[in-house]
Design a protein around this ligand. Structure first.
Ligand code: ARG
Length: 284
């Protein structure tokens, strides 16, 4: 008898311990309010943006393809394609991540909103990592640097030697771009005309709707090669902010690191220089 009771007692004890164990194992699902323990510490590592992209097998890039040689439309084998050195960089990034690349073309001033809304995973668009932008997005390292120029109609070239000569004139710049800021800050006596697309700005200049444009040098040269009626002036601008970097939504440090690694490699083996030269060849 005594032996049996002892056995039952033992069994009950065992069952209690087990159920206690069970409830303990289930506990992390419900954050414990009594102990103040941080439940996050007990959970498996959260899936990062990098993990999600690898799992999806694709990455979406946002760009404003009005910016040769960075990104522009070109007919390749009778098909419209987006090409340029930024695009080659984007392809290399996707390749290193082991995923396919999907491209979304939009106006430059809509890119960061698209990033924020999650419509694109990253932005490559000759974008300068300004302090202002860094408040809302993260940037990789700078992979390319250009200078700013002032473009005018060829017949007006001699009229414009310094920013003072642009006093009272209409100066165009891309909406949402640093060039808009340059006009506001360095040409306070000029009238700014901001448009969404560089191609439209070039037309405005040709049609005498504006007198000058502020454009990054490689882009100015690319447009000028096709528009002999336009020229780059000798006007010198202050251009502290003119590097290009990739923008990503905040909170994905692993993705920024992975992209920086690819950029390091592309800069070290001179691939970027090669991409720029090839893109310039494609401009004609
Ligand atoms: N670097 C300038 C900026 O960050 C202009 C870039 C414009 N890029 C373009 N694809 N349209 O504001």
């Amino acid at each position: 008898m005594f032996k049996n009771k002892a056995l039952i007692g033992l069994f009950v004890c065992f069952a209690l311990v087990m159920s206690a164990c069970g409830s303990k194992a289930a506990a992390p699902a419900e954050p414990s309010k009594t102990t103040g323990d941080k439940p996050a510490a007990a959970q498996p590592a959260k899936e990062t943006k990098l993990d999600q992209i690898k799992k999806a097998g694709k990455i979406v890039v946002g760009t404003s393809a009005d910016y040769p040689p960075y990104e522009f439309h070109k007919e390749v084998n009778k098909k419209d394609e987006i090409v340029g050195f930024d695009i080659e960089i984007a392809k290399a990034l996707a390749k290193d991540l082991g995923v396919t690349l999907e491209m979304k073309d939009m106006k430059f001033d809509g890119l960061l909103a698209a990033l924020d809304a999650g419509n694109v995973d990253f932005v490559i668009s000759g974008m300068t990592p300004t302090e202002e932008r860094k408040k809302s997005v993260d940037f990789t390292k700078i992979y390319y640097t250009a200078v700013q120029t002032v473009v005018v109609r060829a017949e007006d070239k001699d009229k414009y030697k310094s920013v003072d000569d642009l006093k009272g004139k209409k100066v165009g710049a891309q909406k949402g771009a640093t060039q808009e800021q340059i006009v506001k800050e360095q040409m306070p006596n000029s009238e700014l005309k901001a448009l969404g697309k560089i191609s439209d700005l070039m037309l405005e200049l040709k049609n005498k709707k504006v007198d000058a444009l502020v454009v990054e040098q490689p882009v100015a040269s690319a447009y000028l090669s096709k528009n002999k009626d336009l020229v780059i002036t000798d006007v010198k601008l202050k251009t502290e902010d003119s590097g290009s970097a990739i923008a990503l939504k905040k909170g994905a440090p692993e993705l920024v690191d992975a992209m920086n690694k690819t950029l390091d490699k592309l800069m070290a083996d001179k691939s970027i220089e090669k991409f720029v030269a090839e893109a310039n060849d494609q401009v004609e």
